[in-house]
Design a protein around this ligand. Structure first.
Ligand code: URA
Length: 465
């Protein structure tokens, strides 16, 4: 029997090093006892001490397995290390095991990963800071009780979101402290260590407004998602009945739209399908951009829109608000669209990439362009949106959108001003991104380019049947 002691319950690297050694030494999974920290070692009558090995395994595993394992390690299931070791062992002979959704081991690992992802989301959505004062000024302190070992994995999100504040997050297992520059860890805490009182208005208002998504409100689901232990920590739950009422009103609006849609002969309930798609996209982890972003910013507009606009990715303001094209580029877009004689409310507006990609710089989050892998990972959502909406005409705003829609690099200068055919047969036009206009330093060039942009939009609108 081999006993492996990992330094912490969420230490993926330590698990991976140990598992590699075990595989290299051909130690079967049922001959290993995994433990964390200084827990008792001999629960199962294990006799041997750790036997470190320096051997390296002779096979590579897929990115998909690594991603799955990184999530599963954070689970509170004591069997997770052994389950992953078993999967790793089997991958030697079944390299495509991870794709086999009928395999009970894979199904179990997927369930564990999903529970972890849900817990990560809950921590982001339901954690509330209270303001306290120490010798150096205000410090924001929050208490949170996660179900899984997700606190360290979630730290980067809070550092990015609240970079300029000094804060502490206290949890039973570990506490995190951010002083504006460095993140440090302390021991677990109890609720009594956290300040009482209302969460800090200014902090939670923006944050909560961006996280609370009325379209997602289903009372049963909400109670399931937001167990009572979080409610008591969130005085804004007093607002919940009001928000639910608003959401229900919106929902009946959606149902009416869906009826219109059915009448228009499209068949099926496109609105409900769109809502389900959006809901699914809210938990998207197809690429790493989901981690630091506040939320998925999905497309918006009527499901029977004849015109679809595809931008690049949400910016800082879109990320907070949860809606596409509402920041500075959105204002240029709104103005140009109106000048082109298009009513934005009749168009479906979305982005090639649904999460904000940025570099933190001081207090600001600086836009960073999505790479080919990120565009590719998000294409699935754009394709689903197109399948549902089936627009007559699609307009790619900028190179990223064009790449996503056509599946290859497109040169704007060469392709703009003409009707193009998308791989799915739809008609498309390519033009510049509105933020390109914002960046032009020369006022004359800016004006000329803006006029060309409006002309491109008019051309697209003119192509509608
Ligand atoms: N830029 C985009 O491409 N999309 C947005 O939603 C905002 C800015």
């Amino acid at each position: 029997m081999r006993i492996i002691t990992l330094p912490a319950p969420d230490d993926f690297d330590a698990w991976r090093d140990a598992a590699r050694g075990l595989i290299a030494d051909n130690v079967p999974p049922d001959q290993v006892v995994w433990q964390v920290g200084d827990q008792p070692a001999d629960l199962f009558g294990a006799v041997a001490a750790d036997t470190p090995t320096t051997a390296t395994p002779r096979f590579n595993v897929s990115r998909a397995f690594i991603d799955l394992a990184r999530s599963v390690i954070l689970s509170n299931d004591p069997e997770r290390f052994a389950l992953l070791h078993t999967a790793l062992d089997r991958l030697r002979h079944q390299p495509r095991l991870i794709e086999d959704q009928a395999d009970p081991l894979i199904r179990r690992l997927d369930r564990l990963a999903k529970a972890v992802r849900r817990d990560i989301h809950k921590m982001r959505a339901f954690l509330r800071f209270r303001e306290t004062e120490d010798a150096e000024g205000p410090r924001y302190v929050a208490w949170f009780e996660p179900e899984h070992h997700i606190v360290r994995a979630n730290a980067a999100f809070f550092v990015n979101r609240f970079t300029t504040m000094r804060w502490s997050i206290l949890t039973p297992e570990v506490s995190l402290h951010w002083d504006g520059k460095t993140l440090s860890e302390g021991p677990g805490a109890s609720k009594a260590d956290a300040p009482e009182g209302d969460p800090t208005e200014a902090v939670w208002k923006t944050y909560y407004a961006s996280i609370f998504n009325p379209a997602r409100v289903k009372i049963g689901a909400m109670l399931k998602e937001m167990p009572r232990k979080y409610w008591k920590n969130m005085p804004e739950t007093a607002l919940v009945s009001e928000l639910i009422a608003g959401a229900q009103a919106r929902e009946s609006g959606m149902i009416d739209t869906a009826k219109v849609d059915v009448r228009s002969g499209r068949g099926g309930n496109a609105q409900a399908a769109w809502a389900a798609l959006r809901e699914e996209a809210m938990g998207c982890t197809r690429c790493p951009l989901h981690a630091p972003a506040t939320q998925t910013v999905f497309g918006e507009g009527p499901v029977d829109a004849a015109l679809m606009f595809v931008g690049e990715q949400p910016g800082d303001q879109e990320d907070l608000a949860g809606h596409p094209f509402v920041g500075p580029a959105g204002q240029v877009f709104d103005r140009a669209v109106a000048e082109a004689g298009i009513d934005r409310a009749t168009a479906y507006v979305t982005n090639a990439v649904k999460h904000f990609k940025f570099e933190p710089r001081g207090k600001r989050r600086i836009h960073s362009s999505p790479n080919a892998g990120e565009i590719q990972a998000c294409r699935w959502w754009v394709e689903q949106e197109r399948l549902l909406i089936q627009p007559q005409v699609t307009v790619a705003l900028g190179a990223t959108a064009a790449r996503s829609l056509f599946g290859r690099v497109m040169t704007i200068g060469r392709e703009r001003g003409k009707a193009l055919t998308l791989p799915d047969g739809g008609m498309a036009f390519i033009t510049v991104h509105p933020s390109y206009l914002l960046r032009l330093p020369d006022p004359a060039a800016k004006e000329a380019e803006y006029a060309r942009f409006v002309a491109d939009l008019k051309l697209a609108a003119g192509a509608l049947g």
